[in-house]
Structures are given as C-alpha cells and as structure tokens.
Write a protein that binds this ligand. Structure first.
Ligand code: DQA
Length: 155
C-alpha cells in the first residue's frame, strides 16, 4: 500500500511564511513525522511539493495504478483549480485534503473550494497536526479497502 503526499504552492516556505497562520514547523519536519507513522504501519509513502499547477496534475495522474491514497494540500490552487479537481476525479483514488489554517474563517475568497467535493474527506484548521490526522484517516480508509478486497476475494 502506498500513500502519496502532495503539497502545493508556497508550502515549501512553511516555518518562514506567516508563522501566526501556518505555525513554525518546516515541511521537512512534517514529512519526517508522516514517514514515521507510515513506517510503523508498514505503508509506503512518497512526498512531492510544487509551486506549479500542471506539475501537481502530473503527480496526481502518476498515482494511477501506483498509489492507494493521496494526502493533498493544494494551497492557493484549492480556490481556483478545476484542473487539479479533475485529476483527482480522473484517478479515482481516495484523497484527503489538508489545510493547515481554517480556510472557513479567513478571507472570503478562501471559502471557494474546488477540491473538497471530490475528496473523501477534509482536515482543516488543526495547524501542522492536521497532516498527522490525515495520516490516521488515510490508514483507516486503506484498512477498510483491504478488508473489502479480501472479503470479495473470498466470495
Ligand atoms: C492553505 C490555505 C490556502 O488558502 C492558502 O492559499 C495556502 C495554505 C492551508 O494549508 O491553510 O497556501 O492551503
């Protein structure tokens, strides 16, 4: 089982960028924690960050036939990208959307969300800890998928 973690624009600036909103953790630290949880659960994990919409679409497409779960923070593209939304629908892999900040209580433009309707679930406003919650949620989804596959194979 493999989870791919995809981070959108400016998330490479975590730890520097607006610390009052996004906290002090760097992206590498968040990824290190996720890697530990994956290892403890015998799940493969890969990380990808890009500031470019098309590269994010390409990485989501590459998950097809390769990954069983996607954890995605599309960052500002959340509010604009039909292309990223369509790529999630296209690959049809359970996707959990993460937002470090609570996008519902910020500027009006952040209330538009192109991505949430095609995701299995969203984790919003828990700070960097949201990635850990998303990992736990994704492991649960994967366990359920595996159990369903096993019972189908037995039938
Ligand atoms: C964000 C919220 C977005 O509105 C913003 O553009 C980001 C980060 C978050 O994690 O809170 O870059 O996705």
């Amino acid at each position: 089982m493999k989870i791919v973690v995809i981070q959108g624009p400016n998330l490479n600036m975590l730890g520097v960028r607006e610390q009052n909103i996004y906290g002090q953790m760097k992206l590498e630290q968040i990824h290190a924690q996720m890697k530990d949880v994956a290892a403890q659960n015998n799940v493969e994990i890969e990380f990808f960050q890009s500031n470019l919409e098309g590269e994010i679409v390409d990485r989501i497409q590459e998950c097809y036939g390769d990954a069983q779960g996607i954890i995605l923070n599309p960052a500002a593209y959340t509010h604009t990208s039909i292309a990223i939304r369509d790529s999630i629908s296209a690959v049809n892999i359970p996707t959990i959307e993460v937002h470090i900040s609570n996008i519902h209580r910020r500027e009006e433009f952040r209330k538009t969300n192109m991505i949430a309707p095609v995701c299995a679930s969203s984790v919003v406003g828990f700070g960097p800890f949201g990635y850990h919650l998303a990992m736990i949620g994704m492991l649960q989804i994967m366990q359920e998928m595996q159990a369903a596959q096993e019972s189908q194979a037995q039938a």
